[in-house]
Design a protein around this ligand. Sequence first.
Ligand code: C5P
Length: 215
Amino acid sequence: MADVIAIDGPSASGKGTVASRVAEAFGMDYLDSGALYRLTALYAQRQGAAWSDGTAVAVLAANLPAEFADGKILLDGEDVGAEIRSEAVGMGASEVARHPEVRTALLQRQRDFQTASGLVADGRDMGSVVFPDAVLKIFLTASAQIRAQRRAAQLGLPCEGAAFERILSDIEARDEADRCREAAPLKQLPDALLLDTSDMGIEEAVKKVIDWYEQ
Ligand code: C5P
């Protein structure tokens, strides 16, 4: 099997942008595993299953009618790329991701992204559970304050005031939920390289990962 580069880290750390740019640089495929958890949360909501009901959500996750095609993310044929990025769906993703049976239901689907072209995969448990044999494991992070500022900039909001404080507290709440859960908690693995992008632009972060892989 071709190489896998696993990039794990907290929400809004920029790992998705870095991972997809690295994949492009090497002609590898890209797996946004968070999108699968977000799709599961949205699908559960649409099917009337509570995010807290692990058994029901796992059944839906195992039969998720999702497709990744031409840069689009489809659920039941509908483009939900923008909808799954909302903070509400993000919180739902975090909730469904707590259930071990949901994680198991999505496991093979994630591994199926690995082809002969190689893969860059980003998420929370890429290096620990899904691709433990990854040739390069990276823990990509930045301070919560910086992540909130980047998210605010994306949304065209100022870096102060009530809206900003809400973004920051959402990020901190999701960090805590992802770090403190029992199933695949987010943490830096002993064999992962730390990439703290608090004082680093995207270009520099991408270059760093490329350099590490080529070493
Ligand atoms: O990375 P993203 O913010 O899109 O992920 C949404 C949520 O899905 C995370 O907060 C996390 O709880 C969950 N997730 C996970 N394991 C992954 C990817 C995402 O538990 N590999």
